[in-house]
Design a protein around this ligand. Sequence first.
Ligand SMILES: *[C@@H]1O[C@H](CO)[C@@H](O)[C@H](O)[C@H]1NC(C)=O
Ligand SMILES: *[C@@H]1O[C@H](CO)[C@@H](O)[C@H](O)[C@H]1NC(C)=O
Ligand SMILES: *[C@@H]1O[C@H](CO)[C@@H](O)[C@H](O)[C@H]1NC(C)=O
Length: 583
Amino acid sequence: MSGLNNHRNCWPLMLVLCLLVPTSTPIPAKPNMVLIMADDLGIGDLGCYGNHTLRTPNIDRLAREGIRLTQHIAAASICTPSRAAFLTGRYPIRSGMASETEVRVLRWTAASGGLPPNETTFAKILQQQGYTTGLVGKWHVGVSCETRNDHCHHPLNHGFHYFYGTPLTLMLDCGNKHNQKAQALRATYWFCTRTLACAMLLLALGRLTGSLPISWKTVGCFGVCVLVFFVSWYSSHGFTRHWDCILMRNHKVREQSMVLKRTPSLLLREATSFIERNKQGPFLFFLSLLQVHVPLTTTRNFLGGSQHGLYGDNVEEMDWIVGQVLETLDNEGLTNHTLVYFTSDHGAFIEGRIGDTPLGGSNGIYKGGKGMGGWEGGIRVPGIFRWPGVLPAGRVIHEPTSLMDVFPTVVQLGGGQVPQDRVIDGRDLTPLLRGQVPHSEHEFLFHYCGSRLHAARWHQRQGARLWKAHFETPIFSPEGAVGCYTRGLCPCHGKVARHDPPLLFELSEDPSEATPLSPASEPSFHAVVSRIQEATRAHRRTLTPVPGQLSGSSNMWKPWLQPCCGSFPFCGCQESAHPRDEL
Ligand SMILES: *[C@@H]1O[C@H](CO)[C@@H](O)[C@H](O)[C@H]1NC(C)=O
Ligand SMILES: *[C@@H]1O[C@H](CO)[C@@H](O)[C@H](O)[C@H]1NC(C)=O
Ligand SMILES: *[C@@H]1O[C@H](CO)[C@@H](O)[C@H](O)[C@H]1NC(C)=O
């Protein structure tokens, strides 16, 4: 009897405890995790980040039901290094994924560079914690090292149980429809090939019958020309498309080359079926979307649907796919046991255009975009976390956070431990997301362009001022533009502007980096700059030289590494058609 009374007396206390939710509730062990990464999506492209004309209701819903980060920073402004850092929680320079040359991403499925096998991804750790791990979509951090099937950099060697998608990335060549310039060039090559071949045949005939006074040498010269034009035609037409635009399931090539109009629905089907198959959990699912990268091949239902042309249509298609995945979680009753995360690998590709058609998105009020090491537009991306009942709904956090933080966050939520034998640059976000601490652990973040450190930010604990110093910035072209329109993408090395003292901005006052400060306009100029320089030196001391994965021979097409369905070089296969395959 007295026990019952005691229970009764506890009620008020329990009520108080309930009101303290969510900060004081224990975190349920081993939640499912769905990590969604868009490709080349700008922070200014989403409704929940202030875009009133693009419709992204599903991602907006995620933000409403979860936490939206306003200062979520990619470790690099271009795919391969940003993704390597995301997977490992380490600056790409630590794994050799920061290039010393102008080529900053893996260019070939058959290149030998990639995420080294001794790097540890969050998938590998969660796999050891009993998770079923899956990746659907884009990988872009390597396939093989020495032989066609060693798959040393492949997702299945980096902690994923299941992979369906493209080992490289989408690129313009995968869907040659919109690339009129390239098409015209191809047509010319082909015309020359045929004309020269005809001429050669006629000359050879003339020489054989003795009716033309020419030597076999001349005929041979024509032959060489034919070959050169043929090779040019072949490489410009089918080469990258044939070797790089491929789909794999686990270790097998399933489609070579991809039929792009079917790809989104194939990937969506794979995504929902992975979740359904593994609903007993726990699972980690990384949906690495092919949208919104060029060539922006968008399925019928979304073409012409947006107010922002081809690009807007593609964003709306991407949002719809996110919605389908969320709906699958709802239908399977998984929503409350699942942490969902949404981000983009880096900022929008502002120079992207063909003729007058813009192919890139919007980085909102932020300066610059994809490929620029330091300017905010290249690295500040959407960041949304949702876990109903555990993370508060509708909160917005302005603290500096990094895509690298996802690594320790998901590792620890999954019951694992981050590796102790190496530097991990990401920080566990859970206390910040749950409101248990006011500040993120990142006092400094470093902004690399390839292997060059272009800028660093300092979030000053006292007074909460946010500074950014640029040591090097790209030289924009044509003059007066913001972007490297003449080159297509800004370089990191060589032709860049060096700043000593660095260009200093106070992002908390000037988020668009419009007006650099000077010792005259900012009394603490020298103190701030020297504090940032000191932190930079301390950061550099933690770096150790590692083999470069993206330079020279590591980033060449090596026929003996080429994934192929069939017997090389006669590769080719298609996924069997499905009535619902076109969205
Ligand atoms: C919304 O996105 C489109 C497409 O990227 C862009 O053109 C437009 O400027 C954006 N609107 C805002 C308010 O950022
Ligand atoms: C999921 O969690 C939310 C927030 O705690 C709660 O309101 C809702 O009822 C839960 N749904 C289910 C199906 O348990
Ligand atoms: C991985 O191996 C490379 C080269 O063998 C080495 O330099 C690097 O330090 C290793 N990385 C880790 C995290 O052990």
